[in-house]
Design a protein around this ligand. Structure first.
Ligand code: ADE
Length: 353
């Protein structure tokens, strides 16, 4: 046993009774979600379809449940199985993903579906799932526990928050997260790992929320050091975030006969493989502005702003209603573009309309 496992094992005794209390609460309060089968059916030995579990997990990585739900229904209607998704056209999947953000996820989604379809089915373990494109430690743990009943933890930011409060963690946040991961692994009950993971998700979403957690109705209150201290939303204590750099540029919304000028973005890089509107290059403060493609006749109509993982983008929007003598790009029907463009370009299009 490693030193870390020993610490987790000692700590886990402090939480004797916690998994049972959490599962009892979940049996009564589970959220009904379209990718779930619910605690009642689970008790009868039914497990959910791994394709639906995986698809939901990928969508929910950076997206809220209400926003992802619409996309989940759309995807499962169009592509009911992993084999259907594997056979889909890249451009159709990228367009269906538009608005969910983090487009590398959509490219990996397709790669993963094709690999699973090719192999004739899903690997059924955390370790096997981890080998697939786009599946990191959290998703591997979640799918293994939820769909295959493996005794694995699924620790995301919500679970980190719940345990930071239970433990009232004070140390370096990176190190505390390692400690939490080891502790949760110890606590997963062998007979109901899927429900345990779902219960923690629901607790984090409905009770142990980032702001103003509702400790009065929390089933874990008796074990919670942060609640005992009286200021649970002080946790987790994280290092201050660095301000994001700002990049600026121009975006061109050029209409002609009910169509708008678009271009397919290169596969690699930001918004890779997505439909896009033409833009200048984007430069940070202090870098020389460069206009690679600046139509003279376009009129500036406003600005849009969009926050990406590593920077904030501010684009001046130029528009022209009567086409321009352009040499690249495609003319896409306006409605189709409105559906298939990622959010930053959708904002520019909306402004121009
Ligand atoms: N957050 C991440 N995965 C989730 C899931 N499967 N259900 C609800 N919320 C989640």
């Amino acid at each position: 046993m490693s030193a870390r496992e020993k610490t987790a094992s000692v700590e886990s005794h402090q939480f004797d009774g916690l998994p049972g209390a959490l599962l009892d609460w979940y049996a009564r309060h589970a959220r009904e979600l379209p990718w779930r089968i619910g605690p009642g059916k689970r008790a009868d030995g039914v497990t959910p379809d791994p394709y639906r579990v995986w698809l939901a997990e990928i969508m929910l990585q950076q997206t809220t449940v209400p926003h992802a739900t619409r996309y989940f229904h759309d995807f499962t209607r169009r592509w009911p199985s992993v084999d259907d998704l594997a056979a889909a056209e890249d451009a159709d999947v990228m367009a269906a993903w538009a608005g969910l953000g983090y487009y590398a996820r959509a490219r990996n989604l397709l790669k993963c579906a094709r690999q699973v379809s090719e192999a004739g089915g899903w690997p059924k373990t955390e370790a096997g799932l981890r080998e697939l494109p786009g599946i990191g430690p959290y998703t591997a743990g979640a799918v293994a526990a939820l769909a295959f009943g493996e005794r694995t933890p699924a620790v995301d930011g919500n679970v980190d928050r719940v345990f930071a409060r239970l433990l009232a963690t004070q140390g370096d946040w990176k190190a505390e997260k390692v400690r939490i991961a080891a502790l949760v692994r110890e606590l997963v009950p062998a007979d109901r790992p899927g429900e345990f993971a779902e219960a923690l998700m629901d607790l984090g979403a409905t009770i142990c929320t980032p702001k103003r957690p509702n400790c009065l109705i929390c089933p874990l209150a008796n074990w919670c050091a942060a609640r005992a201290e009286g200021e649970p939303d002080r946790y987790p204590i994280k290092p201050a975030k660095k301000a994001k750099p700002v990049r600026r540029g121009e975006v061109y919304v050029i209409f002609k006969d009910g169509h708008v000028l678009t271009e397919r973005r290169p596969d690699k890089g930001l918004l890779g493989g997505m439909l896009g509107l033409p833009t200048s290059s984007w430069v940070e403060e202090g870098e020389p502005a460069s206009a690679d493609w600046l139509p003279d006749e376009a009129e500036q109509i406003g600005d849009v702003r969009h926050v990406f993982t590593h920077f904030e983008l501010r684009l001046s929007v130029f528009s022209s209603a009567e086409g321009l003598p352009v040499h690249k790009g495609d003319w896409t029907p306006v409605e189709k573009a409105a559906d298939g463009l990622p959010s930053v370009f959708r904002k520019a299009l909306k402004l121009a309309l």
